[in-house]
Ligand binder design. Sequence first.
Ligand SMILES: [Zn+2]
Length: 117
Amino acid sequence: MGWRPKYKQLCAICKKSHVLIISRGQFPICTACSMKQINQPIEDEKFKAMFGIDQKLYEQSSFLRSIKYNYLRFGSLSDRQVEMFKKVAAELAAPKKEESADEKTKKPKPKAKKPKK
Ligand SMILES: [Zn+2]
């Protein structure tokens, strides 16, 4: 397939910043614009609490932003999305937390090299 794994595209909202496209079908939106997009009040108490994490975590993770964006758009999330959101948010908030699950300690993690820019 003619899919290039990584390339840069201009942000579709501000048309100023370049966005690194890393997955097929990813919407080209820069961090600043997507932060603005998800910065909306949430009425539902349950989701308000869930999304009330540190703003920095949203800046770090396009995944967390996409979940919140989905909630704002559709007004609900699947159990799976809620679960993943909490998991990723917890991992980002405490990256050095020891894993207690047996399976995880047995398997050595593959080292993924991600150049940070
Ligand atoms: Zn932008």
